[in-house]
Design a protein around this ligand. Structure first.
Ligand code: 4AD
Ligand code: MG
Length: 497
């Protein structure tokens, strides 16, 4: 089998490709079939003069998503999608498709989500999954090359790991069991056996929030390391993210272009990531300076909107007399303007709310999505915020020996409004303290007996973190919503397809 992404090796030769019709258009005695085969797209040109009447007729009847086998001579052509064209000499229809539901026209998000099983074939969705694949492979390579052992945590668990409010409960042979919220606690047991491990698996949260950052089923990568403190943990998280970005930039430039991602923004993620304490973060949010910055931002958005409106009016008045090619350009630009205007309107609604929330921020409050956006607003790289109030963090977090109110936890916040992609920290290793914490958090001791054993037998300082795969893919691809970062998203109110 030869694939479209191998065409560079066979220029000038006659080859056969198998795939699906992505798009078809005709111009007098020519048919242009854009073929997709999973590895890319290739323009196939059928000229009525060069092929049999039968082939011409068959080709003329092709529709979007017909499965075909196409034979032709490979031409290198820079202007063509993917850099090659096929001059068709033979065609075999493998299966006929009529009225494929997803057409090149715009569809609403609800419609697309209902057709996710087909939507996956569309170009942007295809590109996002390629980037996701690179990220997954990159993570495995990163940890494997550092001597980490990949181990799997169970999905059915008898206890909560991350609070009891968003647990999925299941009936486990007449007993209660929960779908795992995090593999961490099991990861700690594994780290005591192997030193450095990572888990890579699905995790579940009954999130009732319908935000662009929340799924009910998502994939988490959770390294756990014996003898690591918080600072070493942060070093590792930073190195891992840089490793991922480097791999994506090396392997997925074409996909990032399809996604219209601003690649320069990703290239800047090389610099060291700022690390600020939670206390500093609160001060920043509540500062006069933040209020001023938000006022300035509001003004900038207003000004931008005025300019865009003007440009749009000019394009509208030009459209009537424009030639076909120019019309296409105008349409494209109008699409971009509309998308940007939507974003601006959203910002204009949001900024006053953010401003108020920032101004009222006090020590002890948790951060919401908007606070995370504000904290990274002027940064080109992610930011790590450490030392959260112990009150708002999980029972297993170790406290700062210098201040008992502070937990040695860290969150990594991605820039461009993508928010928290990593949560982690140093774990409490003292048995009595941990038992005390379970009580404070109103958690029963019985299901944690095994976990407490880890503090009874050879307890050592240790740390780890969890990276949310979908939020990472969303950020790197520049996708607004996590629903497009996983093949079949699970969210509140969606379990089909
Ligand atoms: O911050 P979280 O809750 O941390 C833990 O679960 C720790 N036990 C991890 C550890 O230390 N081993 O979740 C970790 C990450 C978040 O930063 C976020 O990226 C992602 O998991 N995440 C979600 N992603 C999508 N949808 C949700 N509902 C998510 N909840 C968390
Ligand atoms: Mg978190």
């Amino acid at each position: 089998m030869l694939y479209i992404n191998q065409l560079a090796d066979v220029v000038g030769k006659e080859v056969t490709l198998k795939g699906w019709v992505y798009n078809i258009r005709s111009s007098k005695k020519l048919l242009f079939v854009l073929l997709r085969d999973g590895t890319g797209l290739c323009q196939s040109i059928i000229s009525q003069e060069d092929v049999s009447e039968e082939l011409w007729e068959q080709a003329s009847g092709l529709q979007q998503e017909c499965a075909v086998e196409i034979t032709g001579i490979v031409n290198a052509d820079e202007r063509s999608v993917g850099g090659h064209e096929l001059h068709v000499t033979g065609l075999k229809v493998i299966s006929v498709t009529e009225n494929y539901p997803i057409t090149p026209k715009e569809h609403g998000i609800e419609f697309l989500m209902e057709h996710r099983h087909l939507w996956l074939r569309s170009r942007k969705q295809w590109a996002a999954m390629r980037v996701r694949n690179t990220i997954i492979y990159s993570i495995h390579r990163f940890f494997q090359e550092k001597g980490f052992i990949q181990m799997d945590a169970p999905v059915f668990t008898g206890n909560a790991a991350e609070g009891t409010t968003n647990l999925f409960e299941t009936d486990y042979f007449d007993r209660k069991a929960y779908l795992t919220q995090s593999g961490q606690l099991y990861g700690e047991a594994m780290a005591m056996a192997h030193g450095k491990i990572y888990t890579f698996g699905p995790t579940f949260r009954a999130e009732k929030s319908k935000t662009r950052r929340h799924l009910t089923e998502f994939w988490m990568i959770e390294p756990e390391m014996a003898f690591y403190d918080l600072a070493m943990n942060m070093d590792l998280a930073e190195e891992m993210i840089r490793h991922i970005i480097t791999d994506v930039l090396e392997q997925n430039k074409p996909e990032l272009e399809i996604l219209e991602r601003d690649i320069e923004r990703l290239e800047k993620v090389k610099a060291p990531f700022p690390r600020i304490s939670y206390t500093e973060a609160v001060e920043r949010l509540a500062s006069e300076d933040m209020q001023k910055k938000l006022d300035a931002m509001m003004q900038e958005r207003h000004d931008e909107k005025v300019l865009l409106q003007k440009e749009k009016e000019e394009l509208d008045s030009e459209f009537g007399q424009a030639k076909k090619g120019r019309k296409f350009q105008i349409d494209r630009r109008r699409g971009q303007i509309n998308a940007r205007m939507e974003q601006i309107d959203e910002d204009l609604r949001n900024i006053p709310v953010w401003k108020k929330s920032a101004q009222e921020k006090k020590w002890g409050d948790d951060f919401g999505g908007s606070d995370e956006t504000l904290l990274t607003m002027e940064e080109e790289t992610p930011v790590m915020v450490y030392g959260y109030p112990a009150e708002i963090k999980a029972f297993y977090m170790k406290r700062d020996p210098e201040n008992d109110k502070v937990a040695l936890g860290v969150d990594m916040l991605a820039p461009e409004g993508y928010g928290e992609i990593i949560g982690g920290g140093q774990r409490e290793e003292d048995l009595d303290t941990l038992m005390q914490r379970l009580k404070e958090h109103d958690l029963p001791e019985e299901p944690f007996r095994w976990y407490l054993d880890l503090r009874r037998y050879g307890s050592v300082p240790h740390s780890g973190f969890g990276l949310g795969l979908e939020r990472t893919v969303a950020w790197i691809c520049g996708l607004k919503h996590v629903r497009e970062t996983i093949p079949f998203p699970r969210m509140m109110g969606r379990i089909y397809p």
